[in-house]
Design a protein around this ligand. Structure first.
Ligand SMILES: Cc1cc2nc3c(=O)[nH]c(=O)nc-3n(C[C@H](O)[C@H](O)[C@H](O)COP(=O)(O)OP(=O)(O)OC[C@H]3O[C@@H](n4cnc5c(N)ncnc54)[C@H](O)[C@@H]3O)c2cc1C
Length: 481
């Protein structure tokens, strides 16, 4: 297809945070860039919609922008100038237990350690050196693991603690509260808690909680995308919507085409241009479990028994370490947990603009086997009710999306996997394939830039920024950094 105008330098397929990040880096380097998004609005995992009742604004996917304050890509985007305001809860995340007990991560390592009682010293020993050196550590973690670390000592310390499993990590602690805290945060890995690197997910997310808090974007995550689209407009880059790309013939000629898509979509759209070896490697890429997500419109804030939960942006619901580990093991074995681990997000505690006065929005998801079409609403609501009696009485309306349905809304969520591929040890190092540069496909001019490349899932833009650097190197264009 010909655009009719001067030839394009770059096409980006998909406008998730990584597609937009790639487009911005390349457009700021002086290239002519156009983005092609299939959905009717840009943003991928950063969209805000009226899913329930008028006046309630729900994030369809991401809300907690834990990586944003630490991302080297976002450090170069003056978000405030583009109207993006972050709101940070006092408590980043809380983990309630029966009987009103709770563990929280809030503010500094010292403040959190004080709340952990007998486990405070062990917590400080683990976290303090990593948080102190986070400026060196974070860029290494948000980059391909094959790159040489800028700070080998800090990376070594992180690897020693993180490569083992969450189960091993929890053995450093003695109280139910501290053990459960690690179960909740390590379960973001979407792996059984005795799997290698599950500790690394939890430790890294906890570092982000101490360094940047776990903020939300005022008005919803779509505001972040509006900011990025405005930044793109400043450098004359265009974002087209309602343009599903099914073959390379759907795209204008360009010097480079970047896919903010799943490896499956790259194969479907451009498979005939890829080498047989790369096609085989991509076909071996493994996806993780899916999620079943529920959004609620509530007549008031959630009545958590533990008051700390009322000040936390994220509440990890699922009970003790043993219970959470059991639920995640069920999912890994292809079963639906009776009492699932639920990740509950309450943006309204810092952002009242999302609901009419006095009312609030809430969302929660639990993990389910990849491709599941099981509606987990009643099991999720029962888990929240367990730690917040009276919660169900507040429900004005709800909207549920199963794993299979989320895959049909966004093809990047293959089988409902929201992280763009399983976070196994192998796929932490070799993501998506064993190629030295994970963004190049081996075919000139074709690149992958989605969460299926390093550093993986989350709103950080670093997959897109990494791919953009490969494009600039290949085109012989000098980079500012
Ligand atoms: C329910 C849920 C909750 C989440 N919560 C958080 C959170 O709180 N914090 C966090 O950091 N992360 C969260 N995430 C993960 C985060 O949203 C993703 O990791 C992130 O959006 C990945 O960005 P991406 O650019 O790689 O892909 P995506 O954001 O998925 O964007 C890909 C885009 O490409 C488009 N596309 C795909 N194929 C084509 C095609 N053939 N033609 C045209 N367009 C195409 C899609 O429509 C989509 O818009 C959550 C995800 C989900 C689903």
């Amino acid at each position: 297809m010909s655009s009719g105008a001067a030839p394009l330098d770059v096409c980006v397929v998909g406008s998730g945070p990584n597609g937009l990040a790639a487009a911005l880096v390349l457009a700021r380097a002086g290239l002519r860039v156009e983005v092609f998004e299939g959905a009717e609005s840009p943003g991928g995992g950063c969209r805000t919609q009226a899913l329930t009742l008028p006046g309630f604004h729900h994030d369809v996917c991401s809300t907690i922008q834990s990586m944003l304050p630490l991302s080297p890509f976002f450090a170069d985007v003056d978000l405030e100038r583009f109207g993006v305001r972050l709101r940070t809860p006092d408590i980043a995340f809380a983990h309630p237990l029966d009987g009103g007990r709770v563990a929280v991560v809030a503010g500094s390592v010292q403040r959190t350690a004080q709340g952990l009682g007998v486990d405070g010293a062990a917590y400080t020993r683990l976290m303090e050196p990593l948080v102190r050196h986070s400026a060196q550590l974070v860029p290494n973690v948000l980059a391909p693991m094959r790159a040489l670390p800028r700070s080998p000592w800090t990376m070594g310390r992180f690897a020693l603690a993180g490569v083992p499993s969450a189960t091993r990590l929890a053995r450093r602690f003695s109280s139910d509260e501290a053990k459960a805290l690690w179960a909740g945060v390590c379960s973001h890995a979407m792996l059984p808690l005795d799997a290698p690197v599950t500790a690394a997910f939890g430790i890294f997310l906890t570092i982000t909680a101490h360094v940047g808090g776990w903020p939300v974007v005022e008005g919803g995550s779509a505001r972040l995308v509006e900011g990025l689209v405005a930044a793109l407009a400043e450098v004359d880059a265009t974002v087209h919507t309602d343009r599903w790309i099914r073959s390379m013939d759907d795209l204008p000629e360009a010097r480079a085409t970047l896919f903010d898509t799943s490896p499956e979509t790259l194969l479907a759209v451009a498979g005939n241009r890829l080498s047989p070896r790369y096609r085989r490697e991509l076909a071996r890429f493994r996806y993780g479990p899916g999620t079943c997500k529920v959004d609620w419109a509530l007549s008031g804030p959630v009545p958590w028994t533990a008051p700390e939960c009322r000040r936390a942006g994220t509440v990890h619901v699922g009970g003790s370490f043993h219970e959470v580990a059991g639920a995640e093991a069920d999912v890994a074995a292809g079963r639906h947990a009776e009492r699932p681990y639920c990740l509950v997000v309450q943006a309204g505690i810092v952002d009242p603009t999302r609901a009419p006065e006095g009312e609030s929005t809430l969302w929660a998801y639990c993990h389910v086997p990849n491709g599941s079409n099981v509606d987990m609403t009643s099991r999720i609501e029962a888990q929240i009710e367990r730690f917040a009696p009276g919660f169900k009485d507040l429900i004005l309306a709800r909207s549920t999306i199963t794993a299979q349905q989320s895959a049909s809304h966004n093809p990047n969520y293959v089988g409902g996997d929201i992280n763009g591929g399983a976070g196994t040890l192998r796929q932490t190092i070799f993501r998506p394939t064993t190629r030295w540069n994970p963004y190049r496909t081996g075919t000139d001019g074709l690149y992958l830039c989605s969460a299926s490349t390093p550093p993986g899932g989350g709103v950080h833009g670093m997959c897109g920024a990494g791919a953009a650097k490969a494009v600039l190197d290949d085109l012989g264009i000098a980079r500012a950094t």
